[in-house]
Design a protein around this ligand. Sequence first.
Ligand code: A2H
Length: 252
Amino acid sequence: EGVGPQEYTLIKMKVLQPYPQKLSCYKKPIYMVAATLRPETMYGQTNCWVRPDMKYIAFETKSGEIFICTARSARNMCYQGFTETEGSYKVLQELLGQDLLGCALKAPMTSYEKIYALPMLTIKEDKGTGVVTSVPSDSPDDYAALVDLKKKQPFREKYGISDEMVLPYDPIPIIDVPELGNLSAVTMYDKLKIQSQNDKEKLLEAKEIVYLKGFYDGVLIVGEHKGNKIQDIKKCLQKSLVDKNEAVIYYE
Ligand code: A2H
């Protein structure tokens, strides 16, 4: 970090009907766009994360789609050719994360037909789009936040999240990592006895191990590239998402 721009893959998660009230007047396709460093894990998406108290906007792209993300990231996008006019974007709607909670989405690659926007309280305002896609098999943060929702009914209730949006969704084994198995985030969560999404230090430790071992020794066990090492197919999977118009490249 700090040496130059970071490249992210923005995963386009299509908002399904019924739209949240604040978006109900739009006819164009709407996407929540999630910034990820790991496009090769999109087979394992179980939900999307937004922060309830954080501000988001909806803006229109030059291809006539509506993107939902932070204003900060929309500003970056308008200098990267995402909008009709270079250097400007028009805010269609201002939203809070809580306006998006419970919204149904169609995400690329995952075997779940429909997934939901759920609350994560540790999302940072100054990174990516403020929308995060959740891959609990390979991301300790995602697994911890999903477990928090699954085991704490009052937490679901507080944010108006129904049981069907959470309880049927379990981590999907997608990458085999020597010593960590095929749900490496779950393995480290258990091993370090992580308590919640706020367990900062342990999550950092878990993340480093899962990320490094996954990248260097991980082997994909699903999809058309199954049997290949992550480092060899990462770029290829990113390109195939972009070619299918299911993702875009973004820098910050
Ligand atoms: B990653 P870096 Cl499977 N706040 O995607 C908090 N976290 C955010 C964020 C924000 N505003 N924007 C993006 N992220 C997450 C997949 C993944 C990710 C896996 C494993 C590890 C991992 C599925 N979630 O990240 O600080 C996104 O989660 C480990 C760091 O720029 C994004 O990639 O390095 C990553 O953090 C970007 O964080």
